[in-house]
Ligand binder design. Structure first.
Ligand code: KPL
Length: 348
């Protein structure tokens, strides 16, 4: 059941000032969703995790605690990089409960799998304020346009922001998350909205408090950062599944190098032929970028390998599948990516 303090209607004017206290709603209680829930709560905000009707995480069903105000709560435990254990109690609710209690959502994070992002957004649309800010932390590409369309159909003043993060996070069990790599999150607008550039900048600038635990910065042109992360994911994610190895081993083991180089060659060729960025990327640069990220996250299991280990659907459509789609639309050969897709579509 949702109580009154979830109700949080704000005006545009309030929006443009940094607020000491905001109410944040997060969809996706995976590693990144829980990391952000912890960080926002620690920064003094109220945080509600929006759960599925019969929630389960990594195959484990979730039971909530109901506190005195009859809110459902969950305790998030975060293991920090220096082996400290920190806790944050956060509210939980389903989208139905929020809509039924006439909650108005002004700030929302979507941290689901890429293939769930649009459905997740749809589920909370009736509760979104007409000037809400939605921050997508999803991996991959291809789903943002549909999200933007949905949001703008709801209200032209809604703002879709993307957060491109290199933070490493690992879920040990439901709501028990480890921060396994200190990364950085670049945040910027997906596309220009009907809000004036000034208002848009203010929303983004004042989105997160100065004492926010996770490193982040605003990025005027997110396109280049988004694509760089995407290309790196196209290298590390599928190959760690195929070789069943952690990120670091992919590059520390020389027997994988020629395969990585061939994949980088094809990816950079597609990227440059499509003129995605004004600046081309060489296959050597892509190899070095992917290697740097793999070393930085050496002990991490890539998100795709984790999904494969848990028997979950892989985010192929938003990563290598998206590249294949773009290449095929323009008649560019992409046999290596096609072969990767074919291999990864088989059960592991
Ligand atoms: O984003 C990642 C993922 O696992 O999806 C990388 C960069 C590969 C780090 O694990």
């Amino acid at each position: 059941m949702i109580g009154k303090d979830h109700i949080n209607v704000k005006t545009d004017q309030q929006d443009s000032h940094q607020e000491a206290h905001q109410s944040w709603y997060i969809i996706g209680a995976g590693a990144i969703g829980c990391l952000w829930a912890y960080a926002l709560k620690e920064a003094g905000h109220s945080v509600t995790l929006i759960m599925r009707e019969h929630a389960s995480i990594n195959g484990q069903s979730i039971s909530n605690t109901t506190n005195n105000n009859s809110h459902s709560t969950q305790r998030i435990t975060l293991s920090t990089m220096d082996n400290d254990s920190r806790h944050a109690d956060i509210n939980t609710a389903t989208a139905h409960e929020l809509i039924a209690s006439k909650t108005v959502i002004q700030h929302c994070v979507i941290a689901t799998k890429a293939y769930d992002a649009n459905t997740a957004l749809k589920s909370i649309l009736p509760a979104l304020s007409a000037s809400a800010t939605v921050l997508s932390l999803c991996n991959g590409m291809g789903m943002h346009e549909a999200m933007q369309q949905q949001l703008h159909k709801h209200s032209k003043k809604n703002q879709l922001l993307l957060g491109i993060t290199s933070d490493g996070a690992l879920m040990h069990s439901p709501f028990q998350v480890a921060h396994t790599g200190i990364g950085h999150t670049f945040i910027g607008a997906y596309a220009t909205s009907s809000a004036s550039p000034n208002r848009q900048q203010k929303i983004t600038r004042h989105l997160l408090p100065a004492n926010f635990y996770l490193q982040h910065s605003l990025q005027e042109n997110l396109h280049a950062v988004l694509w760089q992360k995407m290309l790196i994911n196209c290298v590390i994610n599928p190959l760690t599944v195929i070789h069943q190895c952690k990120n670091g081993e992919l590059f520390s083991n020389p027997k994988y190098h020629s395969e990585i180089r061939n994949l980088c060659e094809e990816l950079s060729h597609i990227f440059n032929t499509l003129s995605i960025n004004p600046t081309a990327i060489s296959s050597e640069t892509l190899f070095d970028l992917a290697k740097a990220v793999a070393i930085q996250t050496a002990q991490n299991t890539s998100s795709m390998l984790k999904d494969a280990q848990l028997g979950r659907r892989l985010e192929l459509d938003a990563i290598n599948g998206y590249i294949v789609k773009l290449a095929q639309e323009q008649g560019i050969n992409c046999p290596i990516n096609q072969q990767l897709l074919h291999t990864l579509q088989q059960p592991f």
